[in-house]
Design a protein. Structure first.
Length: 355
């Protein structure tokens, strides 16, 4: 018997989808596309509508308005049982009295697949998540991370058109989070699966995604590739939610096609203009783009207020004519003491923001 996975991945398309629970609008007229075979994350603060969006894909909630397509099929009115979608929940929801292999094979057994074939597929699923040989154990005999991988295997073996993850790593410690997220990404890429992944951890979203959809108050604040969101955030909310940003008032002095010359307290930088006119503007300056110099030269005069040693970099809070700046500096071997006078210049990780 040969078993294999993959090959049935489909795109997901939302067209003006709204979900209201009585007075509460959990999802407000959102539209997006997740391409077949790609991984998209829904990222945003608590209560912004991420889980509801995922449940709308699964058919666990039905839309109040709008259309949902999986591949070319309009599934808007279809219940969960008639959609080819699997979901991995935050609490992995393994059956405690069943062995690992029985858990993974469960979906096949209920759909009438012969036990030998079901177990063969389940074995392969366990192998994919690095748990070959763990089949006979009970879930209680596994670590949290291993249980999480069993839940992933259980969803994976059904070869759904779309695989959904709702904060799958939230119960794991930091080291394991990184490992499991890399495994999920590897499996997704090697099998060409369509995955929609919910998290409120921006680093996790940047690390695993083809596309990140940032949500705020039931709407989409911005979507794009990880690099686009970090380097060209649309507004203050996105700039602050994805990584740290110093929000600093500045002036656009001139615009030349796609670039603008901007004065930040008198220090001039060139940044993408984003269609903004000459005049006052808000900038989002990344902490690694605030450059501190103790040798003088041109720049803003500042004073180090606070310093922290983080192992691979230093963090500083610096007082400056444009306000307090949060700074990340890789030069850990030559730390600056509080009170040190510095000259501040700016690198190129600066974005003009609208709102
Ligand atoms: N069944 C429901 N009945 C009423 N309101 C609901 C229901 N489910 C969700 N909501 C509300 O809809 C909004 C969005 O909820 P949702 O669970 O989608 O948020 P979330 O982004 O997943 O948040 P978290 O990060 O905390 O999990 C919230 O205000 C929530 O209270
Ligand atoms: Mg949620």
């Amino acid at each position: 018997m040969t078993v294999s996975f993959g090959g049935r991945a489909s795109s997901v398309r939302f067209e003006g989808v709204t979900k209201a629970f009585g007075e509460v609008v959990a999802v407000n007229a959102i539209s997006f596309v997740v391409e077949a075979g790609s991984l998209a994350t829904l990222l945003g603060p608590s209560g912004c509508g991420k889980t509801t969006t995922l449940r709308l894909v699964a058919g666990l909630e039905l839309a109040t308005a709008g259309r949902i397509l999986i591949g070319d099929d309009d599934v808007t009115g279809l219940p969960a049982t008639r959609r080819d979608v699997s979901m991995v929940f935050q609490s992995y929801a393994l059956f405690p009295h069943m062995t690992v292999i029985e858990n993974v094979a469960y979906g096949f057994v209920v759909s009438g697949t012969p036990k030998a074939e079901a177990h063969a597929k389940a074995e392969l699923g366990l192998e994919l998540v690095g748990l070959k040989g763990y089949g006979p154990r009970l879930p209680s005999e596994l670590s949290g991370g291993q249980q999480q991988r069993v839940a992933v295997a259980r969803a994976l073996v059904l070869e759904p058109q779309v695989l959904l993850f709702d904060e799958p790593l939230s119960n794991l410690d930091a080291k394991l989070r990184r490992r499991v997220r890399e495994e999920i990404r590897d499996i997704q890429q090697s099998l060409g699966l369509t995955v929609v992944y919910v998290t409120h951890d921006q680093e996790e979203a940047l690390a695993v995604s083809d596309k990140v959809i940032v949500m705020r108050n039931a709407e989409i604040a911005q979507e794009g590739k990880p690099r686009e969101l970090y380097e060209q955030p649309a507004d203050r909310f996105v700039a602050d939610f994805i990584g740290d940003a110093n929000m600093v008032s500045a002036d656009i002095l001139s615009v030349d096609g796609t670039h603008a010359r901007v004065s930040i307290g008198g220090v001039e930088v060139q940044v993408p203009s984003r269609g903004l006119p000459v005049g006052p503007v808000q900038t989002a300056i990344r902490p690694e783009s605030v450059l501190l110099d103790t040798q003088g030269g041109e720049g803003l005069a500042g004073t180090v207020l606070k310093t922290a040693y983080l192992g691979k970099h230093m963090e500083y809070t610096v007082d400056s004519p444009v306000g307090e700046l949060f700074v990340v500096d890789e030069r850990v071997h030559a730390p600056l003491a509080p009170g040190t006078g510095v000259t501040i210049r700016f690198g190129d990780r600066i974005a003009l923001v609208v709102g």
